[in-house]
Design a protein around this ligand. Structure first.
Ligand code: PMV
Length: 323
């Protein structure tokens, strides 16, 4: 074994969250200005240690809590390498991705861990292998994940995703600029997914209609980003938000940010991810961006990221927090 490190980006869902759990398509993009990283150092003793310096935790793999996704990622890679006894090592995990905020923090830390350990063991793991492995850890975090988070994070490319199908990286020919506003309120995806499931159990027809409408918006947005439609994207985002509100996954904080973005000149806005808290997106131009950024911070955003979705990369220019 040799020392190795790896990093993985956060992600944002452009359209289609929740409906994607029920077989409808969704679009997601990596968000590279927030990242998880993992560094593996062989030895010094015989134990495999996991260190999380940000929360002051250090524990042995052999004593990890049942359901610990990091330990699960480690064990899955060791299994693939055919190692029944973990090697002595220290695995240090760090992340700048807010936890439980709809930015793919769980998938990103497990992707970084899987890649660092595979690198240390010189085990070849392709993007799809990493995605499949991280999907197993997502089940521990989310219960019934669609697989979109592990897919977009492991591939680190914009994807059109339908559960159970190979992911389709999509060509962005019409670049879009987004502000991602964080409500500052953590919201575990598992709880939001369970709430939607309870609603679905009560009224399947109504929920299936809402999921179909969301799926239709995703198809229109994909055509638009691929440059085969000249429709504006903003109204599609706002319509998706209205449907998510009907699914009862919005919150007063998200409503305040979405409304503030609209009033300040964003072309469209919606919550992104599980909802009830976490993050929202606002579609901006270079001209409208400063006013929308200021409006989001004034309406209570804990911080705001700028992200560009285009043919080559998804990157950020600035991260702002209130004074
Ligand atoms: O991890 P989050 O909060 O971005 O949520 C993932 C998207 C959901 O559709 C709500 C759940 C899923 O597994 O697809």
């Amino acid at each position: 074994m040799k020392p190795a490190r790896a990093a993985a980006p956060g992600k944002a869902i452009l359209l289609g969250e929740h409906a994607v759990v029920y077989g409808r398509p969704a679009l997601a993009v990596p968000v590279t200005q927030v990242q998880a990283s993992a560094a593996l150092t062989p030895g010094p003793g015989a134990e495999f240690w996991i260190e999380l310096p940000a929360i002051g935790r250090r524990y042995r793999l052999s004593r990890a809590r049942p359901g610990d996704p990091l330990a699960a990622a480690v064990r899955l890679v060791l299994d693939r390498a055919g190692l029944t006894v973990p090697p002595g090592a220290v695995l240090r995990v760090e992340s700048t991705i807010p936890i439980a905020a709809g930015l793919g923090s769980g998938a990103a830390v497990c992707t970084a861990v899987a890649r660092a350990l595979a690198g240390a063991l010189e085990l070849p793991l392709g993007n799809e292998d990493v995605s499949a492995l991280v999907f197993e850890t997502e089940k521990l975090l989310h219960g019934t994940p669609s697989g979109i988070d592990n897919t977009v994070v492991a591939h680190a490319r914009p994807v059109y995703f339908v559960k159970g199908r190979p992911p389709e990286p999509f060509e962005v020919r019409r670049p879009v600029r987004l502000l991602i506003g964080d409500t500052g309120r953590p919201s575990p995806t598992r709880a939001a997914v369970a709430d939607v499931r309870a609603g679905y159990a009560r009224d399947r027809d109504h929920y299936n209609r809402l999921f179909d409408e969301i799926g239709a918006l995703v198809e229109r947005a994909r055509a638009l980003l691929a440059g085969t439609s000249s429709q504006p994207l903003g109204p599609l985002l706002t319509a998706n938000h209205a449907l998510l509100r009907e699914l009862q996954v919005s919150s007063p904080e998200l409503e305040a940010l979405v409304a503030a973005a609209g009033s300040a000149g964003a072309e469209g806005a919606k919550l992104s991810g599980g909802g009830h808290g976490g993050n929202m997106l606002a579609l901006v131009t270079l001209q409208s961006e400063p006013a929308v950024r200021a409006a989001l911070l004034a309406a209570g955003a804990a911080r705001v990221f700028a992200t560009q979705v285009d043919a080559t990369q998804v990157g950020a220019t600035r991260v702002d927090a209130p004074e």
